[in-house]
Write a protein that binds this ligand. Sequence first.
Ligand code: FE2
Length: 237
Amino acid sequence: MRGIYDVHCHILPGVDDGAKTMEESIELIRKEYEDGVRSIVLTPHFRRGMFEPKMEQIYEAFDALTFAVRRMNLKLYLGCEYHVNMNMAEDLIEGRRPTMAGSSFVLCEFSSEDKAAYINERCYQLISSGFTPILAHIERYPALTKDFDQIGALTELGCRMQVNAGSILGRDGFGTKRFCKKLIEEDLLDFIGSDAHDRKVRPPLLGACAEFLEKKYGADYARTVMCSNPSEIVEHL
Ligand SMILES: [Fe+2]
């Protein structure tokens, strides 16, 4: 499948625990291209006390990477995987961290121990401030994976759900794979990301994921979650 979007990855060099060098970034982008990916939203971590790269450093890395792959037929956008805190909406409004490709979408990471009530409150605050939360790898939050009514309620509130390609493929264990299957069957999945960090431990797997979804759920479904839904993020540009 061609025209796939990657909406979650750590391919920007030297800014978080993802790609360390420009060479590694380019190699990961080549793999994404071979997989059929043509649009990538680069989403370096932001997490207080753990990942706080300076925005100047991020812009510099983004410009350098965009230049390095300029001859490839693919588009790069800047985003952020924001580990949710009480000041998130303010940070976004003030432009201290970027939204997804300058849109109203924001990729939100929670901790695995966060309760559903907290996730709800934070998402509600973001929506009230005009943002559209995308829950990053929702398969990692037991408060939600155990309770599909909560996922349904968050979707009704206006949130979108993202899972990692590796989780769909079973790389994160059988329980996670089974959760992804149910999320798909309940039609609650909106986006898929590679969450790629490196070549070996957490590599980009969107090509294999596209094949798997086409085979299991048909080409239309695969295109919807891998191409049409994510195209909404960059449509306003
Ligand atoms: Fe991530």
